[in-house]
Design a protein around this ligand. Structure first.
Ligand code: AMP
Length: 584
């Protein structure tokens, strides 16, 4: 088997320099001592650990966020300033009588206000949900309703396009705070955030925060039913901080670029909280992916640790490594990737392009932080996700007929990836769906819904999902949400949605549709359906392909057989399709 060896020097210089002894020594209690806690035994608050504790003295002068605007603007926000801005936001919430524990949602591109509002809301004790700004009105309405959002922070243009049309459905929503990004009059029913921030005091004493107090609500898709709201608590920061040190080799003073959007869990855990908790400088690029721009940022912003995703890497690979090699990247020390399988070629491409391999790691919304990784000090097996972090016990499980699970009998046998409960960033429930939450556990084990195998050396390999979830450009998409949107069209009788393998973005969302009588299956209607879905769901979730069929295959109980549709699409034998159905 191919192995990419690390030198002794590389191992010695890594934060996690000796994996076996770190695993033997480490405890989450020790990791708690790496953080400060609120003054006067006031508990643990993410925003204090991420910002306020670095805001005074010399540390306060360090750049917390280096923001690169789409059109070339730049803004450096120092820790001291970020502490003040987030304090102002917390005071705005107080002034508006927003209850502690209320849901504060954010819908914005990567603009500075997004970051100060997340941190300010955490100071205030709100439960924060960043939404992906490429969502269309339907996913926004579903999530705001399920999460009982009371406050929404957005921009005037996003509000007009995506929220105004659904506003009357959002019964819990009390306040909409907008950042102006156009010249039109302020939309009715909103308040402008800028003047509110200016009028608010720049200091805020964070109230006592129980480490188990809810802090973040991240929605993730389910195979059936509505999206699931995975609830995380303030002490998740213990794991954010420790795992960034171990798996990303991140240290104080690093210039760190996480390319994930805060609308997805990676963009919050590692795009905001973890690097700030370590007193690193965060690069935030407002613009969408552009290979040339990314090479320039890595070079000119002197990025030292880069955390990205396989789709982005594969898009860069398409342009060839010469383009990457036209720059030097003298500061770049470590590259990691997450979210979907990282193919071995991509690991090697890192070496060709940057002189550094790409380190794959694995986690999911529910785990709140990285669980399995290829560490800086450890030989890489290209294609493997790596080994469990210190403090994490992972296993490959086989399901028994009585509902119990047991570890698979031998190495390399496939089963469901499971984690022993007890790490601080584990989700505490699916909001209002306690039964669905409990179904994820058997005894002490959390079952991840992923299929994996473990090799004799202890490396974990991703095999696939145990369910019908789709991973497209790193985004987890639930087929049900897409099917429900298409079912709203008057011509549609039935829909089945699958992920169709794609060499660059992993999977593309493909919908199979059967029409109601009286509708002709022509190109005009197919295009109309594509546009209809895109308008409701937004470009990140909508199907890229729609195929109209006379009827769709169903089980005896009437469920559309997505797996059969997928098997037919791939030209596979149809018998192999009735595997595991999970309840998640
Ligand atoms: P999300 O909750 O949206 O972050 O998606 C989590 C899912 O993404 C996991 O359950 C996996 O199916 C997939 N995933 C995350 N990281 C990896 C990885 N390194 N390799 C393969 N799949 C991954």
């Amino acid at each position: 088997m191919e192995i990419l060896r690390k030198s002794r020097r590389e191992a010695r210089e890594a934060v996690l320099d000796d994996y076996p002894s770190a695993c033997a020594r480490f405890s989450w209690d020790e990791a708690r001592t790496w953080l400060d806690g609120l003054p006067g035994e006031g508990g643990l608050n993410i925003a204090h650990e991420a910002v306020d504790r670095h805001a005074t003295g010399e540390d306060g002068e360090r750049t917390a966020i280096r923001w690169l605007g789409k059109a070339g603007a730049r803004r450096e926000i120092r820790y001291r300033e970020l502490a003040e801005l987030s304090a102002r936001f917390a005071n705005v919430l107080d002034a508006l009588d927003v209850a502690h524990g209320a849901g504060v949602f954010l819908l914005a591109g990567r603009i500075p206000e997004l970051y100060l509002a997340v941190l300010g809301a955490l100071k205030h004790g709100a439960v924060v949900t960043p939404l992906f700004s490429a969502f269309g009105p339907e996913p926004i309405a579903t999530r705001l309703t399920l999460g009982e959002g009371r406050v929404l922070v957005t921009t005037t243009s996003l509000y007009r396009r995506k929220v105004a049309p659904i506003r009357d459905r959002l019964e819990s929503l009390e306040q909409v705070l907008v950042v102006r990004d156009d010249d039109q009059p302020l939309p009715e029913g909103t308040r402008e955030l800028g003047p509110l921030l200016e009028a608010a005091p720049p200091d805020y004493a964070i109230p006592a925060t129980d480490p188990e107090q809810p802090a973040l609500l991240h929605f993730t898709s389910g195979t059936t039913g509505t999206p699931k709201g995975a609830l995380h608590v303030h002490q998740a920061v213990v794991a954010h901080h420790a795992t960034a040190r171990f798996a990303l080799d991140l240290r104080a003073g690093d210039v760190f670029w996480c390319t994930a959007d805060p609308g997805w869990v990676t963009g919050t855990s590692y795009g905001i909280i973890a690097p700030l908790s370590l007193s690193a400088t965060l690069v935030v690029d407002e613009a969408e992916f552009d290979a040339e721009r990314w090479y320039r940022i890595l070079d000119e912003e002197a990025v030292s640790v880069w955390y990205t995703a396989p789709t982005a890497v594969r898009m860069m690979m398409k342009g060839g490594s010469e383009r990457a090699r036209s720059r030097a990247y003298p500061s770049l020390r470590f590259i990691a990737s997450v979210g979907e399988p990282l193919n071995p070629q991509a690991v090697h491409w890192g070496v060709e392009a940057f002189g550094l391999p790409i380190h794959d790691n694995w986690w999911q919304t529910e785990t709140g932080g990285i669980m399995i990784a290829n560490f800086a000090s450890m030989d890489i097996r290209p294609g493997a996700m790596g080994k469990p972090l210190p403090g994490i016990e992972a296993a490959v499980m086989r399901h028994l007929p009585d509902g119990d699970v047991e570890r698979v009998g031998h190495h390399d046998e496939e089963g469901e990836l499971a984690l022993r409960v007890g790490w601080p960033s584990m989700f505490r429930t699916y909001l209002h769906e306690e039964a669905r939450y409990r179904r994820c556990f058997v005894g002490d084990w959390y079952l991840t819904g992923d299929l994996a195998r473990r090799d004799p050396e202890g490396y974990f390999w991703f095999v696939g999902r145990a369910d019908d979830m789709i991973k497209s450009a790193g985004h987890l998409i639930g087929p049900f949400e897409v099917e429900s949107a298409l079912m709203e069209h008057p011509a549609v009788a039935e829909v089945g949605v699958i992920g169709k393998p794609d060499p660059v973005i992993g999977e593309v969302v493909k919908a199979f549709v059967a029409l109601k009588p009286g509708h002709a299956p022509d190109e005009t209607l197919r295009r109309e359906l594509l546009g209809f879905a895109r308008k409701r769901l937004g470009p990140a979730v909508a199907p890229k392909e729609i195929e109209i069929q006379a009827s769709l295959p169903r089980t005896r109980s009437g469920k559309i057989m997505r797996r059969l549709l997928k098997a037919r699409e791939l030209g596979l034998p149809e018998g192999d399709t009735s595997t595991l159905e999970t309840s998640r």
